[in-house]
Design a protein around this ligand. Structure first.
Ligand code: FAD
Ligand code: NAI
Length: 466
């Protein structure tokens, strides 16, 4: 039986970063992945293919709509969906191959097959050809990720009723796309297909979009998406969907009960959240249990069983690739006898629509429920010269700071490029910076980042550009 210092189960952002860090620290490490390629959900069917389509569809819409014309660029665009999908697949292939290269570079063994815990310190691996092998390790890291949550009455059929993986590869532009769930996946992929020509209706159970997001930001976001043509049916539940192979009949009713309605779609995307993936993992062989959400618990990445660690989507916290990566590094540092820490309050989150939405730290609602006194600094992109000259003046930056110390507690932005710019405030929160620290830091002109500084100035009422 081959023995390792660390065996990692799952080759997504949690697993591959854990394996690479272990390799860097000189640990003998194997990473077990059941999929044919490395990179997990994120690289294969998540973050990366969705961003490829968001990027391409954004250009398409700019060319078709008034945007290029406003800039004095006259073109007659024609959609080549096959090429759009092909370039997405090629980029994804290059990225997954990149992880293979990093594994070789950092002396990580890629163990191909599905891993199953087989008692203390042991993992059975079943390869694609059905052969079995058992490996042992002092420490085992579970990084098996998550899968789409199904909706009772609306079964995925891989044809017309799709999960996010299906919605990333539709071979035609749906005339009518119904998205169930106004969360991150629904709004990103709904935006892709709307830009390419679909009529998109989003059905959401709650009376708002993006639960958990700062309410003012979510309202502005919904207004913007509505202006772009996405229709919202909030406080509505879908009780049933039936496909005849060409279209889907949906039955809806108000979430609080009431008159039923029907809705017809060519395709349906169900995006009501994801759930931890632990199927066939042999948890019972080591005495591990999941909670009522199917989640594995952890205390500083340690599971309740000695020598077994859990990171990424399979455990608590936001289901984000960079969160999985942060936990991977901290977990391996702890295994190697060093210190490892994740600051969960400084994990940014971005929705890559247009405008983008980016947040880090606490929302106003959270601060209010904690009865914490805070100040608000706000700055609109309509007053930012670079955004204005680019005809991108929609949105704002909102900084929430402690009322007395002015330590930054949360930042919520909607607007151009905010997904890249939020990192500045993640660093600020990590370093316990005050609004004044940002306000007194030089920001290059003319950039959209000046809005970040002006919002910090506004915490003390001295924004100079609005
Ligand atoms: P995963 O990436 O799910 O990887 C787990 C891996 O483990 C999988 O490859 C699986 O095959 C393998 N596995 C499972 N069980 C076994 C087993 N028993 N044996 C061997 N292998 C096993 N996050 C962001 O931060 N930014 C984004 O823009 C973003 N966009 C997304 C878009 C979509 C459409 C989706 C679906 C998700 C998106 N996410 C995004 C979320 C992100 O993909 C996840 O948070 C991230 O992939 C979690 O990493 P992980 O390593 O925990 O799990
Ligand atoms: P989500 O949790 O973001 O949104 C799900 C939405 O569905 C919520 O608004 C919820 O109220 C609603 N909902 C739940 N049950 C419903 C029902 N029965 N009927 C109608 N609506 C219902 O989940 P989503 O969009 O599936 O994404 C899963 C995860 O993937 C997220 O947690 C996110 O972290 C991650 N992700 C991150 C991205 C990013 O960082 N840009 C992009 C895509 C996914």
């Amino acid at each position: 039986m081959k023995n390792y210092d660390v065996l990692v189960i799952g080759g997504g952002p949690g697993g591959y970063n854990a394996a690479i860090r272990a390799g860097q620290l000189g640990l003998k490490v194997g990473c077990i992945e059941g999929r044919e390629t490395l990179g997990g959900t994120c690289l294969n069917v998540g973050c990366m293919p969705s961003k490829a389509l968001l990027h391409a569809s954004e250009y398409f819409e700019a060319a078709v709509g008034k945007e290029f014309a406003t800039l004095g660029i006259e073109v007659k665009p024609k959609l080549n969906l096959e090429q759009m999908m092909k370039q997405k697949t090629e980029s994804v292939d290059a990225l997954t191959k990149g992880i293979e290269f990093l594994f070789r570079k950092n002396k990580v063994d890629w163990i191909k097959g599905w891993g199953r815990l087989a008692g203390e310190g042991k993992v059975d691996i079943t390869a694609a050809d059905g052969t079995n092998e058992t490996f042992s390790a002092k420490d085992i890291v579970i990084a098996t990720g998550s899968e789409p949550t199904p909706l009772p009455g609306v079964p995925f059929d891989g044809n017309r009723i799709l999960d996010s993986t299906g919605a990333l590869s539709i071979s035609e532009v749906p005339k009518r796309l119904v998205v169930i769930g106004a969360g991150v996946i629904g709004l990103e992929l709904g935006s892709v297909w709307r830009r390419l020509g679909s009529e998109v209706t989003v059905v959401e159970y709650l009376d708002r979009i993006c639960p958990g997001m700062d309410t003012e930001t979510a309202k502005t976001f919904q207004r913007s998406l509505s202006k772009q043509g996405i229709k919202f049916k909030l406080a509505t539940k879908v009780t049933e969907a039936r496909s005849d192979g060409d279209s889907v009949q949906l039955r809806l009713e108000p979430a609080a009960g009431g008159e039923k309605q029907t809705l017809e779609a060519d395709y349906v995307l169900v995006a009501i959240g994801r759930r931890p993936y632990t199927e066939g993992l042999g948890l019972e062989t080591v005495g591990l249990q999941t909670d009522n959400r199917g989640m594995l618990s952890n205390t500083k990445h340690r599971s309740p069983v000695d020598g077994i660690w859990v990171i990424g989507d399979v455990t608590s916290g936001p289901m984000l690739a960079h969160k999985a990566e942060d936990e991977a590094v901290a977990c391996i540092e702890l295994i190697a006898g060093k210190s490892g820490e994740v600051n969960y309050n400084a994990i940014p989150s971005v929705i890559y629509t247009r405008p983008e939405v980016a947040t880090v730290g606490k929302t106003e609602e959270q601060l209010q429920s904690e009865e914490r006194e805070y100040k608000v600094g706000k700055f609109p992109f309509s007053a930012n010269s670079r955004a204005k000259i680019n005809h991108e003046g929609e949105g704002f930056v909102k900084v929430l700071a402690d009322a007395r110390s002015e330590t930054i507690l949360g930042v919520h932005m909607i607007g151009p490029n905010v997904g890249d710019m939020i990192a500045e405030y993640a660093v600020a929160i990590e370093f316990a910076a005050t609004a004044e620290d940002i306000a007194l830091t030089s920001h290059p002109h003319p950039t959209r980042s000046e809005a970040l500084r002006q919002a910090a100035m506004d915490v003390d009422g001295w924004a100079m550009q609005a």
